[in-house]
Design a protein around this ligand. Structure first.
Ligand code: DX5
Ligand code: ZN
Length: 220
């Protein structure tokens, strides 16, 4: 448990680990457990060595839920797909600094479309690469694993990166962490300053609602 309870710490379920044959049912369980947001991982087989799902699936999810949709674009050319994902229902669109080293223009585009822009950095990318852009986006996402697959082990150097971001971020910044978040790692990330915790494999277990509550308790 945390000593001081910061407001607005939230679990952000990554549907990559959900049952794709029963997505709506998994979403209902998350709603019942108190989820306010869903994390959708879009992979192109180029930026990351895997392919997940695309626009029609985001549209389908949008049709069955009012939850905020946090869309993580693991794409070589995110600039070509912002509009279609926004139209499909994305509320947050996050792009990787590794493919967009000067992201301000894309942030503006995302904002003009009515969504919130986010910036993501991979484990080998130094925090200094994103610091100049903290004032231009609403969310910063620190990867705890190399993107592409769920179920990987959390890389410990992520903690100091979150702390460094927290030191420089504005008060209302969404500081997110993605990859390897579980009962073992979530508290350290919260203590370092994260307030949005993307969880895939550690959440979609036998009893999703119970697991959601258990993880939520660790950050409240
Ligand atoms: C990885 C994705 C993650 C993934 C996390 O490329 O960005 O969102 O679903 O999965 P876990 O929580 O299993 O590490
Ligand atoms: Zn993700």
């Amino acid at each position: 448990m945390l000593g001081v309870v910061p407001v607005g710490l939230r679990i952000d379920p990554s549907l990559l680990a959900a049952d794709f044959a029963n997505l709506e049912s998994d979403i209902r369980k998350l709603e019942r457990a108190g989820a306010t947001i869903l994390h959708l991982d879009i992979m192109d087989g180029h930026f990351v060595p895997n392919i997940s799902f695309g626009v029609p699936v985001v549209e389908a999810i949008r049709r069955v839920t009012q939850l905020q949709l946090d869309v993580h674009l693991m794409l070589q050319k995110p600039q070509d797909y912002l509009k279609v994902f926004r139209r499909a229902g994305a509320d947050i669109l996050s792009i990787h600094i590794e493919v967009v080293p000067e992201p301000e223009m894309l942030f503006d585009e995302i904002r003009k479309m009515g969504a919130l822009p986010g910036l993501v950095l991979n484990p080998p990318t130094p925090v200094e690469a994103v610091l100049p852009f903290l004032d231009y986006c609403n969310l910063i996402l620190t990867m705890g694993v190399m993107p592409g697959f769920g179920g990987q082990k959390f890389q410990q150097n992520t903690i100091s990166k979150i702390a460094e971001i927290k030191k420089h971020a504005k008060e209302d910044m969404i500081i997110s962490v993605d990859g390897g978040i579980s009962e073992e790692t979530i508290e350290a990330c919260a203590n370092a300053g994260a307030n949005l915790f993307v969880v895939g494999s550690a959440l979609f277990k036998e009893n999703i609602e119970q697991q959601f509550k258990k993880l939520s308790q660790l950050i409240s």
